[in-house]
Design a protein around this ligand. Structure first.
Ligand SMILES: [Zn+2]
Ligand SMILES: [Zn+2]
Length: 454
């Protein structure tokens, strides 16, 4: 197995960087270097705090005056990594009030792999990873011969709701706080926040800046649909291991401050008269599990110790899920997969091991997810290539992190207070928003898989 210690500080939720940052793509100075037909428009807007906010836009977007197809507006707020019980913790009064005024789905689940990029992609494509090409945060790129983050616009194989809305005469916006989300969604939306500042290492913008940009994009451009990722709640679980504060205190602080940002958003909708014509879909992409220091699974050594597998396996680490790739001769693939399954099953702390092709109908992960999918148990984590590679206790990607908050709120009369036992999932976001905006549903091979939850 190849090892890149200088580049693999931590894998899973935190990006494995390959090549230039996608943020360089948002540098207006570099835009001059592009072919004219490929250039974007950059729009500078004064933010709430007086700071300049930078948006990029589809060509002509700033002058386009489209006929108002509908007065309805849909906002999707992702509280990254939030557990459903945290909304009841007493620390999130704004989210709790928003949930009470809408329909909540207590049985809601994130879908495999329970990581950030795949679940955001499922939200905006309405289809599972075997159709959209994005099953994980990190995968082994067989063409490149190395592990990398799935953050390139070309990785996305299905069309998005952001684009579908544009195709039908509406406008869309993205305010994505994480470097790799900005990367994968590329130019899908009519208006895209060029996020900054970015916290080093974690690769995300703090929620206060993300919310400044959200308020600006709504008030300045008024898109029919805006897709927002608030990254702080997730990020405190991954990066803050030092200092005098305990993880719990940091987590609680993030819940409070993120909730305040959601409060700002609702206040803006009310004061600008948007509340009555809006739905606000709030959900998480996955929740969070906390592992104990000694509960670490490292698969590199046992796999490399097997004479048949040695040098013929690659691992893509996705927090609580490890993806294993057979790189030996194709004629020996099944034998290799069977060995990997047997060895992974024998490790302490492993929850489940799957020959991906054999359980395709359940997992719905495409070939990018490799040959074998391994989940850890609650309270454990993977650490490869060795037991010290992943020092971070906060973890997701495995089934214990599937329960998520999911509710459809807002002031539009279609919103009804209540609770539904239906098993809402991240693929439901696209049909829910499309139904509300009156967009047609694609049919046949392009059909969405989720259900409208209004
Ligand atoms: Zn995370
Ligand atoms: Zn996430």
């Amino acid at each position: 197995m190849t090892e890149h210690p200088q580049r693999h500080e931590h894998r899973g939720c935190v990006p494995v960087r390959r090549g230039p940052s996608p943020f360089l793509d948002g540098d207006p100075e570099r835009e001059r270097l592009r072919p004219a037909a490929d250039r974007r428009t950059f729009l500078k807007v004064a933010g709430a705090g007086g700071a300049g906010l930078l948006f990029s836009a589809a060509p002509g977007a700033e002058t386009a005056v489209a006929a108002p197809r509908t007065w309805n507006r849909a906002y999707v707020l992702v509280v990254d990594g939030c557990r459903p019980d945290e909304i009841d913790s007493g620390l999130m009064p704004n989210l709790k009030a928003l949930r009470s005024s809408g329909t909540t789905y207590p049985a809601a689940r994130s879908l495999p792999v329970m990581e950030t990029i795949p679940n955001h992609v499922m939200m905006m494509t309405g289809v599972r990873p075997d159709r959209n090409g994005v099953p994980a945060n990190s995968f082994f790129d067989r063409a490149l011969g190395e592990e990398r983050t799935l953050d390139r616009p070309g990785d996305l194989k299905a069309s998005t709701l952001l684009w579908w809305a544009r195709k039908h005469g509406m406008t869309s916006g993205t305010v994505l706080s994480k470097e790799y989300l900005y990367g994968i969604f590329g130019r899908q939306a009519t208006y895209r926040w060029e996020p900054r500042p970015i916290v080093p290492i974690s690769g995300h913008a703090p929620d206060s800046f993300t919310m400044d940009a959200t308020l600006s994009i709504v008030e300045r451009f008024d898109p029919h649909l805006v897709f927002v990722n608030l990254g702080d709640v997730d990020r405190v679980g991954h990066t803050d291991l030092t200092g005098g504060l305990s993880l719990e205190v940091l987590r609680r602080t993030a819940l409070v401050t993120t909730d305040l940002q959601v409060g700002r958003f609702v206040q803006m909708l009310r004061t600008t008269g948007r509340w009555e014509k809006s739905i606000v879909v709030v959900l998480a992409d996955h929740s969070m599990d906390w592992s104990l220091p000694h509960r670490v699974i490292s698969l590199t050594r046992p796999l490399a110790a097997d004479p048949f597998l040695a040098g013929k396996v690659e691992i893509a680490q996705n927090g609580g899920a490890n993806l294993l790739y057979w790189t030996g001769p194709a004629s020996q693939r099944q034998a290799g997969v069977d060995r990997m399954v047997a060895i992974a099953r024998a490790q302490r702390g492993v929850l489940g091991v799957y020959d991906r092709a054999k359980v395709q109908r359940q997992l719905r992960l495409g070939p990018e997810a490799g040959d074998v999918v391994v989940y850890c148990q609650a309270g454990w984590r993977f650490s490869d290539p060795n037991v010290l590679s992943n020092p971070i206790p906060g973890n997701h990607g495995h089934p214990p992190t599937a329960p998520i908050p999911f509710f459809v709120s807002g002031g539009h009369p279609i919103v009804r207070p209540g609770s539904s036992p239906l098993p809402a999932t991240t693929v439901d976001v696209t049909p829910t928003v499309a139904k509300f905006l009156g967009l047609p549903f694609p049919t046949g091979r392009q059909a969405w898989e989720g259900q409208a939850r209004i």
